[in-house]
Write a protein that binds this ligand. Structure first.
Ligand SMILES: NC(=O)c1ccc[n+]([C@@H]2O[C@H](COP(=O)([O-])OP(=O)(O)OC[C@H]3O[C@@H](n4cnc5c(N)ncnc54)[C@H](O)[C@@H]3O)[C@@H](O)[C@H]2O)c1
Ligand SMILES: N[C@@H](CCO)C(=O)O
Length: 353
């Protein structure tokens, strides 16, 4: 039985949900997946950091009501989030990066990933910043160090769009994609259709754990722009940067725009898309579109996302599933660890006695 020691960087909704899953499902994973997870370190801007080489009890971590700097009370703990020391020195096989997404330069998460990969640790992350902005460099660094950089949860949370498209649609000749790639804005549009005002709908999305720390990223389209870059670069072989993708969000849509659409049997959706042009270049865009109710994406509601992949050999292949949510996104981290486990590339994972 393999035990993967993991270090959690960021202990908000997603990594806390991963700890919850570990507390509830480690035995099941041992039986069905052939490994279990052991949390040996946690670092969080608000709570501080802690290293425990023998492992921290996941249930206690989730249930304890820590105050600001509260990890300082634990053995091996500090009230400060000393990410660099934690990442470089904790006896972890895998660093799980789930801090805030910074859409400008991806920092400090890019550095977190670098420190981990340079010290021979796999990285799994749901953070869109490092993936959209530095994926090529981080993948090269991972390869040079014999470890993996995995990020399924960066697009459509636990719904397996990246791995599915790469592995099971290989050879289908992808020409482009369009989709609903932000759970918060899709949820907000649906709540506005039901008569709620914009600010209250955003507040609900925050309470449900869908929104970014700054929900402007969701409603102004910046989050979708990162996801368009990630999918275009990963699946269409593009080299887009966020500033290459035109971007308009949903904040300009008024209740009367929503009402007018409903009167005309249509619905507003925030669509992220990319297309390969005849000269081989790739163009990406993010904008609200008024879709007729018979459009395949018009019926995708709530925090559900969907992406329609336009392929030469199969035509459109559409993947639908959760696009946000704490547990749903924690599942993406598990799926990344399953992918690492299946290739047997862990440098230091231990066989439990
Ligand atoms: N929640 C979702 O549905 C979802 C889905 C897909 C991707 N993501 C991404 O996953 C990441 C985590 O999401 P979340 O919902 O857990 O966010 P969150 O805001 O609930 O938690 C983030 C945590 O990271 C901590 N943090 C921030 N900067 C830090 C730093 N420099 N060092 C240490 N800790 C730091 C914060 O204190 C917070 O506890 C984000 O990048 C988000 O964009 C979230
Ligand atoms: N805030 C994002 C989280 C998933 O990336 C969303 O609502 O889609």
């Amino acid at each position: 039985m393999t035990v993967y020691n993991i270090a959690l960087i960021g202990f908000g909704g997603v990594n806390r949900a991963l700890a919850e899953l570990i507390a509830a499902k480690n035995q099941l994973w041992e039986r069905d997946l052939g490994f279990r997870l052991n949390i040996v370190a946690v670092s969080d801007l608000y709570l501080g950091s802690v290293i425990s080489p023998n492992g921290l009890d996941a249930r206690t971590l989730v249930e304890a009501k820590f105050e600001k700097g509260g990890f300082g009370q634990l053995s091996g703990g500090s009230a400060e989030a000393d990410n660099e020391t934690i990442i470089k020195t904790a006896p972890a096989d895998i660093v799980v990066e789930a801090t805030f997404t910074n859409p400008k330069d991806g920092e400090p998460a890019v550095s977190h990933c670098r420190w981990a990969l340079e010290t021979g640790k796999h990285v799994v992350t749901t953070n869109k910043g490092p993936v959209a902005i530095e994926a090529q460099a981080l993948k090269a660094l991972a390869k040079a160090n014999g470890v993996r950089f995995e990020y399924e949860g960066a697009v459509m949370s636990g719904t397996p769009v990246i791995r599915m498209a790469e592995k099971t649609l290989a050879g289908a000749e992808l020409k482009g994609f369009e989709g609903i790639l932000n759970g918060t804005s899709n949820f907000v549009l649906g709540r506005m259709e039901a008569g709620l005002d914009f600010a209250s709908a955003v507040k609900e999305a925050q309470e449900l754990g869908y929104a970014e720390a700054d929900p402007t990223a969701d409603v102004e389209g910046f989050d979708v722009r990162l996801k368009v870059v990630i999918l275009a670069n990963e699946l269409l072989g593009a080299s887009l940067k966020p500033e290459d993708v035109s971007c308009k969000g949903i904040s300009g849509l008024s209740p009367s725009d929503i009402e007018d659409a409903a009167q005309a049997n249509s619905r507003w959706k925030l669509i992220g898309a990319a297309v390969r042009n005849d000269d081989g270049s790739v163009t990406g865009s993010v904008a609200p579109r008024r879709l007729s109710l018979d459009h395949p994406l018009a019926g995708v509601n709530g925090a559900t996302n969907a992406v329609s992949l336009d392929t030469e050999l199969l035509g459109a292949v559409t993947i639908t599933g959760p696009g946000a949510g704490r547990i749903e996104t924690a599942y993406a981290l598990l799926s990344d660890i399953v992918a690492i486990h299946s290739t047997g590339t862990s440098p230091i994972a231990k066989e439990a006695a």
